[in-house]
Design a binder for this molecule. Structure first.
Ligand code: UD1
Length: 417
């Protein structure tokens, strides 16, 4: 429940990156030694992975923010369907288990229903490395010829974060050299590569479109801290601007935020960048802008929905072109019920938003994770009371969002009805 209209003020730090954490935790299976991962966000996806790793036989020690994974005793390469179907990133178990055991069996991944989200590029990558793939209605079963993957050239037809990370894991312990061409360049790809290298992998070029991996026989123990969450950082930046507030997001990597910072500046928001902080000052009603979602370093699809809440309050028309997923406009009806003027020009792909002076509170449902963030921002900026349902989506990827917003002065609380 949010009572909106209060400018957010103060400092806030993002938790560790969700998308890096959900890759790094499965990647810990690639080492037979104990791996300590720090700066993990306290989110549902991390806990689902924790349970998956336990169910596989790993010994886990967890304290908030930190997990040690000792997977010496893991023998099974069959991931429990009930758990894997709860999250999209369970596809990473494919690369991690194929790399470690030469065999993997996982249920089809779940996660946000923001598009068809096929995994053909993941499977193409594993096949290039010498895996035979069998697909049933519910499962992916993969086996490496001769029990171990072999390095190869993997060319992706599209830029895919998930496929790049998955092949990176599989290739880390393959025999020989793998070259990934048309790789994703997201900060969490670089973080995964740094984590694998910290365990003794030999990966070069992460963060560019060609990544080279020299396979190694084994990976050793490591202690590794996950990078700050780029999308959570952007969410606080937009919330600061939308409420006419003055918010400093600390412990961030400003270069990861360049597309976000540029868009807010185009809208007339005041931004001050420090070495590891970004201050955002709302300056009344802002101008509209146009945004085209693209792979990194382009504008992230995950921040398009939150930004649309700010666009709804702009003085001029904004335009959104969504190029990554087909189903990311599902929050528009909820924003409309709060007074937003949104016109879909091309379903799932192009929309225009005519800013209005004020949004008003309403009872709405979060349809997916980032839709939930958009509704929280809209509720914080709106007049009156907003009730947001569907919090399980928000809890999948935001670490105590309401507590962090409350510390910035928001009137927000979690209620049971
Ligand atoms: C990851 C992020 C998600 C983000 C998205 C795009 C994680 C856990 N999730 O999702 O938050 O929104 O990147 O930045 O890191 N595709 C195929 N075939 C494939 C794989 C992907 O056609 O085998 C398509 C997808 O349907 C989508 C596009 O490629 O249209 C990009 O998807 P991808 O980068 O793989 O996204 P995810 O890894 O699912």
């Amino acid at each position: 429940m949010i009572h909106g209209g209060k400018p957010l003020r103060g400092s806030v730090s993002p938790s560790g990156s969700k998308n890096a954490s959900v890759a790094i935790l499965p990647a810990a299976l690639l080492s037979e030694e104990k791996v300590a991962i720090e700066n993990l966000p306290d989110i549902r996806d991390v806990h689902v992975l924790e349970n998956i790793l336990r169910a596989l036989g790993a010994r886990i020690e967890y304290s908030p923010g930190q997990m040690t994974v000792d997977s010496r005793s893991v023998e099974s390469c069959v991931a429990c369907e009930e758990l894997t179907s709860q999250m999209r990133a369970s596809y990473y178990l494919l690369g991690a288990m194929l790399g470690r055991f030469g065999e993997a069996r996982i249920a089809m991944p779940g996660g946000c229903k923001i598009g068809a989200r096929p995994i053909d590029q993941h499977l193409k990558g594993m096949e290039a490395l010498g895996a035979d793939i069998e697909l049933t209605d519910t499962e992916v079963i993969a086996r490496a010829h001769g029990g171990r993957l072999k390095g190869a050239e993997v060319y992706f037809d599209i830029v895919s974060v998930g496929a790049t990370a998955n092949v990176l894991m599989a290739a880390a312990r393959a025999v020989g050299r793998t070259t990934i061409v048309n790789a994703a360049k997201e900060p969490h790809i670089v973080d995964l590569a740094n984590f694998l290298n910290s365990m003794g992998a030999n990966i070069k070029g992460a963060g560019t479109d060609v990544i080279r991996v020299n396979g190694v026989d084994s990976l050793h123990a490591s202690t590794y801290a996950v990078i700050p969450d780029q999308i959570e950082t952007g969410t606080f930046m937009i919330a600061g601007a939308a409420t006419g507030g003055d918010v400093t997001v600390t412990n961030v990597i400003p270069t990861h935020m360049e597309s976000m910072t540029a868009k807010l500046e185009e809208m007339g928001v005041f931004i001050e960048e420090g070495e590891d902080s970004i201050r955002v000052v709302g300056t009344g009603r802002h101008r509209g802008t146009s945004v085209r979602t693209m792979p990194y370093p382009g504008f992230p699809t995950d921040l398009m929905q939150p930004l649309s809440a700010l666009m709804a309050l702009a003085t001029t028309r904004s335009r959104i072109e969504e190029n990554i997923f087909e189903n990311r406009f599902m929050h528009f009806d909820a924003l409309r019920s709060m007074g937003a003027q949104i016109r879909v020009i091309q379903p799932g792909r192009v929309a225009e938003i005519d800013g209005v002076p004020k949004l008003h509170g309403a009872e709405v449902i979060a349809s997916d994770l980032r839709a939930g963030a958009a509704l929280v921002i809209a509720g914080l900026a709106a007049e009156g009371e907003t009730l947001i349902g569907g919090l399980t989506h928000i809890d999948r990827g935001y670490d105590h969002l309401e507590d962090k917003m409350r510390a910035l002065g928001a009137d927000i609380q979690r209620i049971r009805r």
